[in-house]
Design a protein around this ligand. Structure first.
Ligand SMILES: NC(=O)c1ccc[n+]([C@@H]2O[C@H](COP(=O)([O-])OP(=O)(O)OC[C@H]3O[C@@H](n4cnc5c(N)ncnc54)[C@H](OP(=O)(O)O)[C@@H]3O)[C@@H](O)[C@H]2O)c1
Length: 332
């Protein structure tokens, strides 16, 4: 049994690997060793009583990762669909060492988040062409021959929720084409999510601008999508036209630093719609201020649900129960 956040999986996967017992606390925080989950979490969140030697293990690799709602979503869906699987948080420092260690077919699929999406792509044996163009994977499947296949579902999740937000309906792209076509689409950030948004916006016919803390990365991504690069400092005075779209894909404003924002409230007046990939909190300062100046907003929760549909289908081969996913995430 391993202690702390890194050891949580050893506590949850105990019945799969022949462990005699695990520890669960009666109340959150009242632990006898670091990292113990509550009994309620073991039973209700991780379906602990259903875990056996045949259970397939899925998980989200990231650092930090404990904020992720993925275990809540997928474990509930596994239960509803009768899938013998369990989904855990995987706090990972080094992606390559992680995959060297957890190479058995028991570890069947992974979601991938900050900051590992690009390194994870390099580790895949095969990569979906869209993910290759984006340069980042957020979903990895271990095939029966042990090889890793990587793809990117962030792209579809984010872009479709922005299209829906623009049109105010559940059918973002219409037969007349995407509402993003011809728009000026400003992406803040040039990491995995930034690349997915930039690639997706370009695919939909938008003109793309990238603003990033590291200007070199903004420039590289802008070159890739045929767009313009800015520094973060230039963002506040960038208003070549009105009716633009803004997408924050950095962690600025994420818990616990919820009072941070990547752009001034005043500058938000030029944006018809503002999207924030962050989903903890659901309404970031950026989105609150965008609402206050009259822009439409789309939350990271919408993106999260959208990207999770496709991941679930790839993990299980079953259609995602979209309403169930929305209901589970409704509390956030
Ligand atoms: N809603 C969803 O479903 C969903 C899906 C994916 C990601 N996300 C969210 O999107 C965010 C980015 O994820 P990612 O996977 O793209 O991460 P990533 O690949 O590590 O990229 C992080 C980006 O944020 C920038 N950044 C980080 N800290 C910063 C700071 N203090 N000030 C300014 N810029 C900063 C980085 O700039 P540099 O290039 O200068 O380092 C980089 O552009 C995270 O908050 C993640 O939770 C949400």
């Amino acid at each position: 049994m391993v202690m702390g956040e890194r050891g949580l999986m050893s506590r949850i996967l105990c019945p799969k690997f022949g462990g005699y017992l695990t520890f669960g606390t009666l109340e959150e925080g009242k632990v006898s060793a670091p990292g113990q989950p509550t009994i309620d979490e073991l039973i209700s969140l991780y379906n602990f009583r259903s875990i056996d030697a045949d259970t397939k293990v899925f998980g989200i690799i990231g650092k930090p990762v404990s904020h992720s709602k993925s275990p809540k979503l997928y474990n509930r869906a596994f239960k509803e669909d009768g899938v013998n699987g369990v989904f855990v948080h995987l706090l990972v420092d080094d992606v390559n060492k992680f995959f060297d260690t957890y190479s058995s077919p028991d570890f069947s699929g992974f979601s991938c988040t900050i900051p590992h999406k690009e390194v994870a792509l390099a580790r895949c044996d095969e990569v979906d062409p869209v993910a290759k163009s984006i340069g980042a994977v957020n979903c990895l499947i271990r095939r029966p021959d042990g090889k890793l296949f990587g793809c990117n579902t962030d792209y579809v999740g984010a872009i479709s929720s922005i299209e829906i937000g623009l049109q105010g309906s559940q059918n973002g792209a219409t037969h007349t084409g995407s509402p993003l076509a011809g728009k000026l689409f400003v992406v803040i950030g040039a990491g995995g999510a930034g690349k997915a948004l930039a690639y997706g916006a370009k695919e939909k016919g938008a003109r793309v601008v990238i603003a990033n803390r590291s200007y070199d990365r903004a420039r590289d991504l802008a070159e890739l999508v045929g767009g313009q690069a800015l520094t973060l400092a230039e963002l506040n005075s960038f208003h070549p036209e009105t009716g633009m779209i803004l997408a924050n894909t950095t962690s600025i404003g994420m818990q616990p630093k919820i009072e941070e924002t990547p752009i001034s409230k005043e500058a938000l007046r030029n944006y018809e719609l503002v999207f924030d990939a962050i989903y903890t909190p659901k309404i970031t300062r950026l989105l609150r201020e965008a609402q206050e100046v009259g822009s439409k907003i789309v939350t990271g929760v919408e993106m999260f649900i959208g990207q999770a549909y496709e991941q679930y289908e790839r993990f299980t081969g079953l259609p995602a129960r979209k309403q169930l996913f929305r209901d589970i995430m409704a509390d956030y």
